[in-house]
Design a protein around this ligand. Structure first.
Ligand code: 5GP
Ligand code: ZN
Length: 137
């Protein structure tokens, strides 16, 4: 489609940071990554939304297989990643050319939150001990 940004990327008219390409899909970095790793897996055929995939079309299965390859490429296939498709405006879809998001690498954020909670628990215990010590004197 002439006015579709992902078609333009697929045709090479708009640059992208490609990480995978085969006869059915391309995968490239999201322009505004929401995670340390944020890859879009995009079928080469212009299909506007998941609702428009023709019956018997195995494109989603292929997108899943490519996600596995890309995740392995980035070393997150074992540690974990998220794969999702936004469908229509209510589902958060902004680009109307079917694509799946592969996101990963937020472990550091989770670790930070866990460390902060552990510090808060320790701090409460410490304050409790000091107060108890003062009362018993
Ligand atoms: P959606 O909200 O449609 O599921 O996701 C569209 C995604 O495409 C967004 O995460 C957005 O950052 C990304 N995006 C939009 N325009 C471009 C572009 O020109 N290049 C690349 N690489 N990503 C884009
Ligand atoms: Zn398109």
């Amino acid at each position: 489609m002439s006015d579709c940004i992902f078609c333009k990327i697929i045709e090479g008219h708009i640059p992208s940071r490609k990480v995978h390409e085969d006869d059915r899909v391309v995968a490239f970095w999201d322009a505004h990554p929401a995670s340390p790793i944020h890859i879009l897996i995009v079928p080469k055929n212009h299909i506007p939304t998941l609702n428009d995939i023709p019956e018997n079309d195995q494109i989603l299965a292929h997108v899943g297989a490519v996600a596995k390859t890309v995740a392995r490429q980035f070393g997150v296939d074992q540690s974990g990643y998220r794969l999702f498709v936004n469908v229509n405006r209510g589902g958060g879809q902004m680009v109307f050319h079917l694509h799946a998001h592969l996101v990963a690498g937020n472990d550091l954020g989770t670790l930070f939150i866990k460390a902060a909670i552990a510090c808060a628990i320790l701090w409460r215990k410490l304050v409790g001990l000091v107060v108890k010590n003062r009362v018993s004197r």
